[in-house]
Design a protein around this ligand. Structure first.
Ligand SMILES: Cc1ncc(COP(=O)(O)O)c(C=O)c1O
Length: 347
């Protein structure tokens, strides 16, 4: 099967498996797993931050960042389709106890003027203090869109002026860096804290890393413990993460190229099926067809393509390390083969 459901479905590379087997380990609960320490140091250096913390998932990284940078009487500002708001089970409110102010975005970005007016309106003693602004790049629900560097710089300056910390949910920030053609630190410099996932496009089996100032990461370490995320000989996972950082970043450009080719092929079938992606995520809007998204997925499944409905009419497709050029051609052939049948049904 050609699995286009997500870039989380990648399996560890042979080099990762070899590194995992040979990993030097210790008890990370005591801070003495050398592989974890090496991964955290490397991640912090790559992102240009003082310190880093390995966590089991991106969700735990995000909630940990919220815990570490907010308290009672604070609120979090977040874009309305952000993963941290829509998909992380309300953890900010239910676990961290911090309410959020949800703001509409355009392609994953809250317009700067809107942010300005929201923040300006917060300066009354009776209001909650917006302590943290959460951004997401690449933005999953917006279609893998990339926040521009000048937007990030302007937003960070605004936030800093008002004493608001900035957290980037950078689950796919390496995709953003590749798309922008800059080192990932150029993105991360515009945030106080940033999480990225080893287990998505970078292909490692497990793990996300929260990077930020030493003092924040110290608090985050306590939160990770509270949430049950302190692992033990997690060097086995960190070893794969190190290989991911060493070998899997540059190749993300291939995923972007393939997503682009996939989108172009779909647009050739029907121009409004999808937008041209900036990175590795293609949302296919099958509204022009008479089949629902679940029906499409079922038929594509029969043709060897695994995908999941995203809504009644939408299917989300992701390219990743286990998808080749030939797989993209096969996926396009499958779409093409189902399309005429659907057209005649519509007629
Ligand atoms: C943008 C974004 N943030 C965070 C996460 C959460 O990552 P995890 O599944 O490791 O909890 C995801 C997962 O898909 C994501 O797409």
């Amino acid at each position: 099967m050609i699995d286009l459901r997500s870039d989380t479905v990648t399996r560890p590379t042979p080099a990762m498996r070899a590194a995992m087997a040979a990993a030097e380990v210790g008890d990370d609960g005591y801070g003495d797993d050398p592989s974890v320490n090496a991964l955290e140091r490397k991640a912090a250096d790559m992102l240009g931050k003082e310190a880093a913390l390995l966590l089991p998932t991106g969700t735990m990284g995000n909630i940990t960042a919220v815990f570490a940078q907010t308290g009672r009487g604070d609120e979090v500002l977040v874009e309305s389709t952000a993963h941290i708001y829509r998909t992380e089970q309300g953890g900010m409110a239910s676990l961290a106890g911090v309410p959020y102010r949800v703001l509409p975005g355009v392609r994953g970005a809250v317009p700067f003027e809107r942010l300005q007016s929201e923040i300006a309106g917060s300066g009354y003693s009776t209001r909650l203090h917006p302590a943290l602004l959460c951004l997401e790049t690449t933005h999953n629900a917006a279609g893998g869109t990339v926040l521009p560097l000048d937007y990030l710089a302007a937003v960070r300056a605004l936030a800093t002026e008002h004493g608001i910390a900035v957290h980037i949910d950078g689950a796919r920030v390496f995709n953003a860096a590749i798309a922008l053609g800059v080192p990932v630190a150029e993105i991360a410099q515009h945030a106080d804290t940033i999480t990225f996932c080893l287990s998505k496009g970078l292909g490692a089996p497990v793990g996300s890393v929260l990077c930020g100032p030493e003092a924040v990461i110290r608090r985050a370490r306590q939160t990770r413990k509270m949430l049950g995320g302190t692992m033990r000989q997690s060097g086995v996972l960190a070893a794969a993460g190190l290989v991911a950082l060493d070998t899997m970043v540059g190749r993300l450009a291939d995923d972007h190229r393939r997503a682009n080719h996939l989108a172009a092929g779909l647009q050739a079938i029907h121009p409004s099926l999808c937008e041209t992606p900036e990175t590795n995520i293609v949302y296919v809007d099958l509204a022009p067809s008479s089949l629902s998204a679940p029906e499409w997925c079922q038929r594509l499944g029969t043709a060897g393509i695994t995908c999941k409905p995203y809504s009644a009419t939408q299917v989300r497709l992701l390219t990743h390390a286990d998808i080749s050029d030939a797989d993209i051609e096969a996926a396009l052939a499958a779409f093409q083969s189902i399309w005429p049948a659907k057209q005649s049904r519509a007629a």
